[in-house]
Design a protein around this ligand. Structure first.
Ligand code: MSP
Length: 509
């Protein structure tokens, strides 16, 4: 049995959860669910990033204390993830006491190891990014990401000696070619390191909303320096050495492409400075875009649409949890940008879910009802679909192992297609005496059983419902993936037709 510790970035609570956040969280969830099914011991962490100027400003705009604001907004993330059936084992909030302690212990360790010093900071800062820029990086004097005004800062701060880690980081990347993937993102991080690293100001004296610097009470840590440490808060750093050793070597950070530098450059250097190994793996994904842009406006039927206006709740109420999960996992491979549209989700829903999966299950139940007395027949010792089943499982296993849920689902849908084809070519619904209806239906039921396992990481409720309808135990035990090939659909189960799993959608409102 292996181990798999997976994290999402912790989301800023200046804003409500939207489809872009859901994309990352659903992908991490499917990965966690697959590893549990494959028999691995899994820890899945998500949470909220609650300090920093951006959050303090959002609270001020709403006229409430940051504490009240963060409580409200963090709750919205918890609710959104419940709606999307997210199976996180823990949820870290950076305003929690356990996190404050971890940050203070971790950074004190770095301070004592001699990698933190005091200096005057002068620089250009974008509050929306919570990041620094050099004059050359600005576009028309403004932030290159948000187009926002840049703030000129001058403070006496504590600095982290990032420059001291340049050679060690290059060496680490070379010794661990899979540390950051995909390859293009690895190269981006490595060339950033090779271009020369500058020390970073890691504290603020001008704000109070943050974790206090233990050796200098007038300052709080810069939000990124507090945030990254969340990955250690949840696994007992400074509190439970056995837990830390249990999980840290198996850590996987799933992150969006704009925060590579923090995760693949700063974070491993911080770990080295504190005397622990860098995280095991960083998997980078692209952005969901609307009309080719991340946050800006594009025209929809009722006016401008922004991705940030598309909430998980609105999607779930229109399409249902599993359809939203399926679309997010299937349509945009991890590593590339994807276009998010209501037409796109509707068309995936109708073709893949209503026509292919939904029809297959309904059709099999109907024929078993009319030709087999409602009782599912057992497949023969070998079936026409054995090769397709083997290949689907092999491809899906390889895909999940390398963070490619879209390919794992593609493999499941190839099997669904082959099973529909099998039914059409034997046409068991016609009363042709040359057709062995029991054998044909047993084969189809066996394929549906395998499909129910293959879709479980992506569509857990649909998997349970399909299994229930063909007379199987709905819940899959941990490790069930590994025994899928050896198990067999046992005949003699009642098969139920039920309502359409995915009634066709004719228009989007
Ligand atoms: N708080 C930091 C992360 C700290 S992790 C130690 C942060 N938060 S964020 O809320 O701005 O973004 C969190 C994640 O959401 C990022 O990985 C980002 O890429 C992802 N997404 C935000 N909008 C997105 C899309 N439109 N599409 C896909 N993912 C996007 O950064």
């Amino acid at each position: 049995m292996g181990r798999f510790y997976i994290t999402t970035p912790i989301y800023y609570v200046n804003d409500a959860p939207h489809a872009g956040h859901a994309y990352c969280t659903v992908n991490a969830d499917a990965m966690a669910r697959w590893h549990r099914l494959a028999g691995d011991e899994v820890l899945f962490l998500t949470g909220t990033d609650e300090h920093g100027q951006k959050v303090a400003e959002a609270a001020e705009i709403h006229g409430i204390h940051p504490r009240e604001w963060t409580d409200q907004t963090a709750r919205r993330f918890v609710e959104a993830w419940a709606l999307l059936d997210i199976s996180n084992d823990d949820f870290v909030r950076t305003t929690e006491e356990r996190h404050r302690e971890t940050v203070q212990t971790f950074l004190t360790e770095i301070y004592q190891n001699g990698y933190i010093y005091k200096d005057v900071y002068r620089g250009l800062y974008c509050v929306a990014c919570e990041d620094y820029y050099t004059p050359e990086q600005l576009v028309d004097g403004k932030c290159p990401v948000h187009g926002r005004e840049i703030v000129e800062m001058e403070e006496e701060n504590w600095f982290f000696k990032l420059s001291a880690f340049q050679d060690r980081l290059v060496e680490y990347f070379e010794r661990h070619p899979d540390f950051t993937l995909p390859e293009t993102k690895r190269n981006e991080a490595l060339s950033f390191i090779k271009s020369g690293l500058r020390d970073i100001s890691i504290t603020r004296s001008s704000i109070t909303w943050g974790v206090a610097v233990p050796w200098d009470e007038g300052q709080v840590f810069y939000v990124w320096y507090d945030a990254l440490i969340n990955y250690l808060t949840a696994i007992g750093y400074g509190r439970d050495e056995a837990m830390l050793q249990h999980w840290w070597p198996y850590s996987n950070h799933l992150i969006g492409k704009e925060i590579i530098r923090f995760h693949a450059v700063w974070w491993p250097a911080m770990c080295m400075a504190a005397g622990i190994e860098p995280p095991h793996h960083i998997q980078v994904h692209g952005w969901l875009l609307v009309g080719g842009q991340k946050l800006s406006k594009s025209m929809g039927a009722d006016g401008p649409v922004r991705l940030s206006d598309i909430t998980p709740a609105s999607l779930v109420s229109e399409f249902g949890t599993d359809a939203v999960r399926y679309y997010l996992l299937r349509d945009t491979p991890l590593g590339t940008d994807g276009d998010f549209s209501l037409e796109g989700i509707t068309s995936r829903y109708n073709s893949d879910l209503a026509n292919n999966l939904g029809n297959l299950v309904a059709r099999v139940a109907t024929v078993v009802g009319s030709k087999c007395g409602g009782v599912g027949p057992a497949p023969g010792a070998t079936t026409d679909l054995d090769a397709e089943i083997d290949s689907a499982l092999d491809h899906a296993t390889a895909a999940w192992e390398r963070f490619a849920p879209h390919l794992a689902l593609e493999a499941a849908w190839r099997l669904i297609g082959a099973t529909n084809h099998h039914l059409e070519s034997h046409a068991p619904w016609k009363s042709d005496p040359g057709v062995d209806v029991d054998a044909v239906m047993g084969t189809a039921l066996e394929a549906i059983r395998v499909v129910s396992v293959m879709i479980a990481p992506a569509m857990p409720a649909t998997s349970r419902e399909v299994r229930r309808r063909i007379g199987l135990e709905p819940d899959l035990a941990p490790g069930a993936w590994a025994s899928t090939r050896a198990d067999r659909y046992r005949g003699g189960n009642p098969v139920e037709k039920g309502d359409p799993l995915f009634p066709r959608i004719t228009s989007t409102s």
